[in-house]
Design a protein. Structure first.
Length: 599
């Protein structure tokens, strides 16, 4: 069996598993890469090039930078100012997508998308918005925005570099080949981006999957609900906002039960303006309680010690009161007078499965009660031999944001972006320096940095690059190129459409940059054969290779939202095909108007 046939079979099986099976994408791609190595379909160094590729390493560093921005609250603060608390998917998309597209026209879209993932997760929790309706549009908006300028994507820069190299080698013999300017692409990219965003916010929303509800009925019945009581801190960013604007009325994991001011209970309504010292009571499950505890500007009411400023070092634990606990028989309101040998702050309390409808300060502690406590590191050491609690469990994924470092984290990230934008250093170099700056400055710790890296996404990207080597070495890419040349025929418009289609097909099999590099000489040959200007083909290759909507593996931002959104391969295909067709029609129609075939 020829290498070409083996590669085709491996690709068919790979995409079949991605579409029809529930295997993790990383497992599928590593398996496919293993087969190409086993059959020696490409040199070993080429097959493994993705694991040492600067782009893959850059994405890993950017995950850490996004974690630093999030752990300091910088992302949350910026999100609050730019996005607020939208109450519908359309309002959220109107706030998010144009900003992402504009930013991607001038900045690398990878860090933008990396920082938007936790923002959308928070919006999903606090505003009840379906993350599945937002994550794919964020990736697509960043891709569309990248088509607007020469520096919008690496693809554009690669093609512009190839044009310059061709001119230096005597390619000026080609009809009307000239260097690509900074905003030449804007004539096509801006209309494409506007129409694409409109599509995403209208038809596209109906094509996106929705998070299934009510599938785990038994789990819902067994879910324990806590009574959570928190107060508005002095200088809290929530002061002056209404309950509704602050996102505290209700969410997937909690709903507000009451609000008190100066120990007087207020009539509950969404338009109450919050002031310092307001006491809020919620009914929340564990997930909702974790989110409320981590909300900037809220603090626990009851503690054994006065609250400290270094809350970002604290942990949230779930405990069960044992029969030997000396607080049994005492009211929670008396906990501050207790002389305890470790510091704890009470966040939530539960007895049974339903939240209590009376204030916690009046609750008499009993054996078997469950509490969520904010504690310091020393709690785990001092409590190891204690008998106060029958069970102690540290809750993962709960962390207070260190807002005093928010400005510093923003400066570090901004310096990284602008150093790359002005060509002072490579993206990898800047990202590694920024990640190191986040660690050294205390914007994040080593544990958060390690946990933030999505290694499964990195494995998929690295494996996909290895598969591209097999596609090229086996001769499959040459076969596709020859076929596209025949399809183009003698019609210039048809030739443009074929080049765009070729870019899209190659995107689905290899990376977008590899697709652009592969299609460049093919489009150059087609332009020469037709004796027309090469510039329309340059623009079409740039747009076509960048618009990687159909496959999650063809563009790194697609892969970045793939896992967090819990999408399937088919989800990208369903919305990606009509969006690609729309972009293709606009590109093929507009390009000859601004870049004529005959000058």
């Amino acid at each position: 069996m020829s290498p070409l046939v083996i590669v085709v079979c491996i690709l068919l099986v790979t995409f079949g598993l991605l579409i029809f099976s529930k295997l993790p994408p990383a497992a599928v791609f590593i398996g496919a890469l293993t087969l190409t190595i086993t059959f020696k379909l490409a040199p070993l160094d080429d097959s493994l090039k993705g694991f040492s590729n600067p782009g893959v390493l850059t994405i890993g560093a950017l995950f850490m930078i996004a974690a630093g921005m999030y752990s300091t609250g910088a992302v949350s603060i910026l999100s609050e100012k730019l996005i607020g608390r939208p109450r519908s998917i359309l309002k959220a998309q109107l706030k998010i997508l144009p900003n992402i597209a504009f930013g991607s026209a001038f900045l690398n879209n990878t860090p933008l998308v990396a920082m938007m993932i936790p923002v959308i997760r928070d919006l999903s929790r606090s505003c009840g918005l379906d993350a599945k309706k937002l994550l794919i549009p964020v990736s697509y908006a960043s891709i569309l925005g990248g088509t607007c300028t020469l520096i919008g994507t690496a693809t554009n820069l690669v093609i512009a570099g190839l044009v310059n190299e061709t001119l230096k080698r005597g390619g000026a013999d080609l009809p009307h080949m000239v260097p690509v300017g900074m905003f030449d692409l804007s004539l096509i990219g801006v209309p494409v981006t506007i129409v694409g965003l409109v599509f995403l916010m209208t038809v596209g929303t109906s094509l996106l999957p929705a998070t299934a509800e009510g599938l785990d009925v038994k789990g819902e019945v067994r879910r324990r609900w806590f009574r959570v009581e928190l107060a508005i801190e002095d200088k809290s960013p929530l002061i002056g906002k209404t309950l509704d604007d602050a996102g505290l009325m209700a969410s997937d994991g909690f709903y507000i039960m009451s609000i008190s001011r100066n120990r007087n209970k207020l009539e509950l309504n969404p338009d109450i303006t919050l002031v310092a010292g307001d006491m809020l009571s919620f009914s929340a499950d564990v997930s909702g309680a974790k989110g409320l505890w981590a909300t900037i500007g809220l603090k626990p009411l009851y503690s054994t010690k006065e609250q400290k400023a270094d809350r970002h070092r604290h942990h949230l634990v779930e405990v069960v009161v044992s029969r030997r606990n000396p607080m049994i028989g005492h009211q929670i309101g008396e906990v501050e007078a207790a002389d305890r040998n470790f510091e704890v702050w009470l966040v939530a309390f539960a007895r049974g499965e339903a939240a209590m409808h009376y204030p916690l300060e009046e609750t008499v502690i009993q054996a078997g009660d469950v509490a969520l406590l904010e504690v310091k590191d020393r709690f785990f050491y001092r409590n190891r031999n204690e008998t106060d609690f029958a069970m102690t469990k540290k809750l993962r994924g709960a962390r207070i944001q260190r807002t005093d470092k928010a400005l510093l984290a923003s400066v570090i990230t901004g310096t990284m972006v602008f150093s790359v934008a002005f060509g002072l250093m490579s993206m990898l170099n800047a990202a590694l320096l920024a990640a190191g700056g986040m660690l050294l400055s205390g914007c994040m710790n080593l544990e958060d940095a390690g946990r933030s890296v999505d290694f499964s996404t990195l494995m998929v990207i690295a494996s996909a690059m290895g598969l591209e080597s097999a596609v090229t070495a086996s001769g499959l890419s040459s076969v596709i190129g020859d076929f596209l040349g025949l399809l183009g025929g003698d019609n210039a418009y048809m030739a443009l459409a074929v080049v765009f289609l070729g870019c899209v097909l190659m995107d689905a099999m290899v990376t977008n940059v590899a697709s652009a590099v592969f299609m460049f000489p093919i489009s150059m040959s087609i332009a020469s054969a037709l004796d027309v200007s090469f510039m329309p083909f340059v623009i079409v290759v740039m747009v076509g290779a960048s618009c990687s909507f159909i496959s999650p593996v063809s563009y790194q931002t697609n892969l970045m939202v793939y896992g967090p959104g819990k999408y399937s391969f088919g989800d990208f295909v369903k919305i990606g095909i009509p969006l690609t067709m729309l972009v293709g029609v606009i590109t093929v129609f507009l390009t000859p108007l601004f870049f004529p075939f005959h000058v």
